[in-house]
Write a protein that binds this ligand. Sequence first.
Ligand SMILES: [Zn+2]
Length: 386
Amino acid sequence: MPLTTEEIILDHGFPGTHRAVTVHRFGPARTDAAPRPKAYIQAALHADEIPGLLVAQHLLARLKAADAEGRVRGDIILVPYANPIGLSQAVLGTAIGRFALSSGVNFNRDFPDLAAPVADQVLGRLGPDAAANVALVRRAALAAIAAWETATEADSLRKILMGLAIDADLVLDLHCDSEALIHAYTGTESWPDATDVMADLGCRAVFLALESGGNPFDEACSGLWWRLRNRLTAGLSGGVPPLPAACLAATIELRGRRDVDDALAGTDADALVRVLTRRGLLAGDAGEQPVPACQATPLAGVDRVRAPVAGVVLYTVALGDTVTVGQTVAEVVDPVTGIRHPARARAPGIVWARAEQRYTAAGAIITSIAGDRPLAEEGSGLLTAR
Ligand SMILES: [Zn+2]
C-alpha cells in the first residue's frame, strides 16, 4: 500500500462545493527527511487527455506490488488525476479539460516562475558544495510556493501541484495530443540526461526548449534551475557557485485522445517502472536501455501546418511518415466550391501529430512535423493554444 494516500482540498471553490486532488506517496518508512531521489508523476492536468488517467492506475498497481516486495527506494508521488476542475467541465456533452471554462485560461500555463523569490532567499548563501546548494534552493522553492497567496481555484490547484513537485529530481506530466505518436517536451538543459526516459517510453519525437512561452508545469519545475542560475550569474562578478539543473521535468504525450486501452496503458506503466528503476527509485533490474527511437529536435523547429481554408480535411500523410519541404500533408476540401486546397510542409521531418477533427477552420493547425531547424523564436509561444 502507499505510505500515505491524501486528499488535498482546493481553495476558492464555490459555496457548498469542494474539489480535491488525491495524492499517493510511496517510499521507505521514515522518521527523518524524505529519501532521495524523489519522483513526481501526475496525469491529465489537461483533464480531457484521458490516456494518462488509465496509465496512472496501471502504474499505481505496479507501485503497490513493488512496495509489497519492499522494492521502493526513493520518494515517489503519484497524482492520478491532476485537475478536478477540468474533470467536471463539459459543454453540451463534450468534455472541456484543457481550458478553464470560467476564464478561458489553459490549465497548463501560468505556473509561477520562482526564480526571483528563490534568488532573493539564496543570494549570498550558496557555497562550493553543489549538493548543499541544491538542498538550499529546494527549501527556498518550497517556501516560495507556500507563501503564494492565490485568489482563484485554478491557481490553488497550481499551488498544490507545484508544492508537491518543485523539489523532485524527476517530474513527469502525462498528457496526450489529438492524434499522435508518443512524444515528449523537455528542457534543453535536461538533454541528454533525459535520454533514458524517452528511450524507455519509446518516444518517437522529443522537443527541447528553454522557454516554451506561457510557463507550463514541467518548465516551471525544471526551468527554475537555469533561470535562477542566469539571475545569480548576472549579479556576480567573480566565480559562480555550482548549481546543477537538479530537476528533470518532462511533459509526456501519450499518443492521441482515443489511444485509451489496457494494453497501451500497461506498456506505458511498464516503461515508467523501468524509468523509476533505472533512476534508483525502485530496486530491481531495468534491463538494458533501449536505443532511442528518435533524435531530440528543437521545439522551435516544429512545423505547425495550418489549414489554408475552412473545410473537410483529407490527410495525405500518416503519423510516422517522413515528409519533405513542400510536400502536401493534407487537402482541405472547400464544401462550397469543391476545390481541394493543399496544405504543405515547411520543414522536413516526421509527422508526429494530426488534428482528430476532419472539419477545420481556416488557419487552424492540422498537422505537426518535427523539423530539426528553428522556424520560430524561443519564448515566442512555441506551444499551441495558450
Ligand atoms: Zn495536454
